[in-house]
Design a protein. Sequence first.
Length: 480
Amino acid sequence: MTKQFDVIVIGAGPAGYVAAIRCAQLGLNTACVDQWLDKADKPSLGGTCLNAGCIPSKALLESSELYEQARHGLGSHGIKVEGVDVDLAAMMARKDKIVADLTEGIAALFKANGVTAFTGHGKLLPKRQVEITAGDSDATELLAAEHVILAPGSIAADIATVPLQADIVVDSAGALEFTKVPKRLGIIGAGVIGLELGSVWRRLDSQVILLEAQDSFLPIADEQIAREALRQFSAQGLDIRLRARVVSSEIKDNQVTIEYQDDAGTHSETVDKLIVAVGRRPHTHGLFAKETGLLLDEWGVVHVDEHCGTNLPGVYAIGDAVRGPMLAHKGSHEGVMVAERIAGQESQVNYDTIPSVIYTLPEIAWIGKTEQALKTAGEDYRVGQFPFAASGRARAAGHTTGLVKILADAATDRLLGVHMMGPHCSELIAEAGIAMELGASSEDLAMTTFAHPTLSESFHEAALAVSGRALHIAQAKRRR
Ligand code: FAD
Ligand code: NAD
């Protein structure tokens, strides 16, 4: 018998589970189908983000940074520490416990909100029916709804020259599960995952080599920040090689030899583990029956309009499977928008104010347009920047690397972009997000009182610097 719902969500990552909860809050009878199983084959809600992405990577970034601080960061505070060592099994167990607690938390939220959870693979059929296949069995269950939200997320992209090989050539999920610190670690791709996971394993004493195909480093970030970040990461010991095109890989005696080409010719490196981190692609395999006519683009991205409606009436798609940045908070925001639109509200997502963060040390965070994008578009803008080296709080904390940079419209003074590198920028960027969402100008920020001594004062000083009146750095004279 077909079970009837108001809304069926396929996928319980941060896009899908948030959509399901919001639908239920709005009084819609909601089902959510998810296929993720943990190591013990138990359902584990939360998708990539909770199980093998944002959360476990941040747990390891935190632990590995504490190790680095204990060894190298405390002496300057007059704190002597001896015999610091890593218990990798305990570090991994802590990470697994955090993941388990949070995924169980989603199950509890489903219960509290009245979302019906189904475990198994969901497939969209014509007329907004969804067929669920559980595990390897042939048994299926049929659901139907007025509205279906597709939130299948993404999977790691692969490259033909470097096939994955259990435990030795791995994707990001495998790189969160190493049982031994690799002596030499290769990473293909110096993007967000390469830098975050490279940082984790470097801090734990791996010698890390990143092979990046592009000739510029972090082209998605502001050029000035990317240049400074490359300098910082290289000084930390991340061996980042640009313009490196991997042509082959071979596994022998539990090691991988990678051959790659750059402007200087062909080179080879032998490493103990290799992480392939060359981007992610939508997870649409088996998601829908052909007869539905669901439209995808040539990359497998589900085609949607500005409100996440697909080409099929009553069918929506959100999160990593659709256009836009592959970020958890972007997917969640789309989930809320779609749920509220189903309930008859006029919700929107402001795609211009989605923050991006790279959780390295220093952290990199930005929102809005980069300076290079403004230049290319021929927009007239003013720049204000302030280095953390001039911040009393950053000095007290011993984290003086980096800066805050504000780009403001030359005519209206409205913020167009904010770029940061430095301590706690993942948190500081929220201030810029609120300011941009409310249409603030640099003058609005200049008029705001910030507590002293805080890192936020650097944001204030950067706003003052837009009109040449930063107080704690000497600026070339502009208007006063
Ligand atoms: P997912 O989280 O991928 O969830 C989709 C869910 O749907 C999965 O459980 C999947 O099994 C299930 N599913 C798929 N198809 C079906 C089907 N047919 N039937 C049933 N279930 C199905 N983003 C950030 O914003 N901040 C970070 O710090 C961050 N760190 C990351 C670190 C790593 C190592 C990785 C890999 C990613 C990271 N991301 C981060 C990206 C973030 O994880 C994704 O943007 C986010 O998880 C996407 O959410 P989603 O709900 O669209 O998809
Ligand atoms: P990415 O796009 O950030 O980086 C991939 C890198 O690999 C790029 O620099 C690309 O030029 C390079 N590359 C591609 N093919 C290559 C090849 N054959 N040889 C060498 N280099 C190659 O993707 P990612 O790091 O895999 O992360 C995937 C997604 O997950 C990202 O879109 C990101 O938004 C998301 N993510 C976000 C966070 C965060 O928000 N902090 C953390 C991790 C992942």
